[in-house]
Design a protein around this ligand. Structure first.
Ligand SMILES: [Zn+2]
Length: 412
């Protein structure tokens, strides 16, 4: 045994990490990574940023540093070389009463209007993309790419025929469900477990209609049984817009290796998430949860805060970290998930959906300005430009192309 191996064995025996240092990149590596991103189309498949469009004081043209409500704006997109992505119409799951269904319907339409209003007010910097070719053209024009997606189909429960209107207004990706079950599908995280054993009949009809229209189906947040239903019924590949690996952290929102392989076999793509609670166990105490709720309530509730209050929220959260420490996920944790998924399915079936402005972000990847760190890691891992282009959006757009070609063939 060489002496050099001794520290390794000792460390293993004592279960001490060999290095307490988090991953770091040199200025040269980051510069090279950013230059590569500037040449490629660089898309994130899950931006919750539209939740900020209606907030008082939010202007996408301004930087919002050190603000717990904001990780994405035009200046930081330029700094991190992010061309755009899928901007979500997110609706929190209501209580499923008839009145809640109408509220969800209106909330979805309101968010759609806010996205279109942002686009109309920023024609010089942003443009709506309806097809993969649009995204390429928009980048060539020097603008940022806005595909519209929907997270949680609850706005469609009251009137599923609204899907056709959303499609006309630009919707190109649809997820069925969020944190709790709805009329269409079982959630991966419903407190009382499954209700439909996958998709309900209404959910299957909704998915069929989305496929007919050429809308990409997004499995993130839905239960494994929904995944299995989709594999069975989908004539085209589907995606997970922001999910990670169950083998690395056993959380119901993450996908197991067998399903990862089935997804890839069906031609689909998983976009790796940076939502800390899905990457590691944060070990959040009941006292911390209550303190977080009290903080949010003191500032008027997450949905009602103006953008300036995000700075106060940030300071409050930092204070809570001192009082009730939790384990925050870092890039090392994210790369453990991404590396595992890349090893299982290969770079043609992996992408990036970091849940920005929806709870995503890491201790050393706080906002989109730091994205070249991910590209630097991919370069270190030895992927070539073409593979990295696939991961940064090409794979996802391949699925979209297939969805749209299928719809065209059916004569939509
Ligand atoms: Zn989500």
């Amino acid at each position: 045994m060489s002496l050099r191996r001794l520290p390794l064995l000792l460390a293993l025996a004592l279960s001490i990490p060999l290095s307490a240092h988090a991953i770091e990149f040199s200025a040269d590596e980051l510069q090279r990574a950013k230059a590569l991103q500037q040449r490629l189309l660089t898309l994130d498949s899950h931006l919750d940023t539209p939740a900020n469009f209606g907030r008082d004081g939010f202007d996408i043209d301004n930087r919002h540093d050190h603000n717990a409500l904001s990780q994405v704006d035009y200046p930081r997109m330029v700094e991190g070389a992010l061309d755009g992505g899928f901007w979500a119409i997110y609706t929190g799951q209501g209580d499923r009463s008839p009145a809640a269904h109408l509220r969800d319907r209106d909330a979805g339409l309101q968010r759609l209007l806010e996205i279109r209003t942002m686009l109309a007010a920023n024609r010089e910097r942003f443009a709506l993309a309806l097809t993969p070719a649009d995204a390429v053209r928009i980048k060539a024009d020097g603008k940022r790419v806005v595909f519209i997606s929907m997270e949680n189909a609850s706005p469609l429960v009251a009137d599923p025929s609204l899907l056709s209107f959303y499609h006309q207004a630009g919707l190109r990706m649809l997820s069925t469900v969020h944190f709790a079950n709805n009329e269409f599908a079982d959630s991966a995280t419903n407190p009382k477990g499954p209700e439909w054993d996958g998709l309900s009949d209404a959910g299957k009809a909704l998915v069929r209609e989305a496929v007919r229209l050429g809308i990409v189906i997004d499995q993130s947040h839905a239960s494994d049984a929904v995944f299995d239903d989709l594999v069975e019924m989908m004539p085209v590949p589907f995606v997970l817009s922001h999910s990670s690996a169950k083998a690395v952290h056993d959380h119901p929102r993450n996908l197991d290796d067998a399903r990862l392989r089935r997804l890839a076999k069906a031609g689909g793509v998983i976009q790796v998430n940076a939502y800390g609670g899905y990457l590691v166990d944060p070990g959040k105490s009941e006292a911390r949860k209550q303190a977080e709720e009290a903080l949010s309530k003191r500032l008027g509730g997450w949905g009602k805060m103006d953008i300036a209050q995000g700075v106060e929220l940030q300071r409050g959260e930092e204070e809570l970290d001192r009082q009730f420490p939790v384990r925050h996920a870092s890039l090392d944790d994210f790369f453990a998930h991404m590396g595992h998924i890349l090893d299982v399915v290969g770079p043609e079936h992996v992408g990036i959906g970091l849940d920005w402005d929806g709870g995503g972000g890491l201790t050393d990847l706080r906002d989109v300005s730091e994205l070249p760190k991910i590209t630097a890691w991919l370069l270190r891992r030895g992927y070539d430009d073409k593979q990295i282009a696939g991961i940064w959006g090409g794979n996802l757009l391949r699925v979209m192309q297939q969805a749209q070609a299928h719809a065209d063939k059916q004569g939509t």
